[in-house]
Design a protein around this ligand. Structure first.
Ligand code: ADP
Length: 198
């Protein structure tokens, strides 16, 4: 098994790279998606969140009211830590299960937005970082429905390109078009993935 940690700032193109790697046969384990799954209705995760933050973080249908929870933790770093202490261990445990279930010869790509912020680089055979210049990222995030102020605030709250580069084995530049990105993914696969898995 080859384990690749994929990261990059919000709007850099991680999900796009994950899709390109999946098309070449990689198994993608997506931390954001798991983070939603572990707090779905009728999960111990959602029970723990309600125990910590009260029923006001539930929508009328009993599912998590994400905007309500986001409003609570955005204003209060201590609340954010309490939420992270509930959700992060559940995400890691579920990700570990999915990795363990992959075949021995699999290429497993873990899409982890906060890989650098949470100090997980050493858990992977290769750390793959996607970069795009900040203005391009803001434009893409606005295209995805964020306000410009929100996009800038989220970028500012994350690690810097320098911090991500410091732990990267390979950096992909996604400041250009998808075609250029695809070529870089092909080179990465041929140069670093295929030789490692035989
Ligand atoms: P991340 O997962 O890092 O937040 P995404 O892969 O979701 O980033 O990309 C952010 C947005 O930008 C998406 O809407 C995506 O379709 C778009 N996008 C990604 N790469 C490119 C590119 N090279 N050119 C144009 N749009 C892109």
């Amino acid at each position: 098994m080859l384990r690749i940690g994929l990261t990059g700032g919000i709007g850099s193109g991680k999900s796009t790279v994950a899709g390109l790697l999946a098309a070449r046969g990689a198994r993608v384990v997506d931390a954001d998606r798991i983070a939603r799954e572990v707090v779905e209705p009728d999960t111990p995760g959602l029970d723990a969140v309600v125990a910590a933050f009260g029923r006001e973080v539930l929508a009328a249908d009993g599912a998590l009211d994400r905007p309500a929870l986001a409003a609570v933790v955005f204003a209060d770093p201590e609340a954010r830590r309490r939420l992270d202490d509930i959700v992060h261990p559940l995400v890691r445990a579920r990700a570990a299960e999915l990795v363990a279930a992959a075949p021995q010869d699999a290429v497993v790509v873990q899409d982890v937005p906060l890989l650098v912020e949470t100090g997980q680089a050493a858990s992977y055979d290769l750390v793959l970082v996607v970069e795009a210049d900040p203005e391009t990222r803001v434009r893409r995030l606005v295209g995805r429905g964020l306000t410009e102020a929100d996009a800038r605030a989220r970028i500012a709250a994350q690690a810097t390109d320098e911090q991500r580069r410091a732990v990267a084995d390979v950096v992909l530049d996604n400041s250009g078009g998808v075609e250029e990105l695809t070529e870089q993914v092909e080179r990465f696969w041929a140069g670093r993935v295929a030789p490692a898995v035989g």
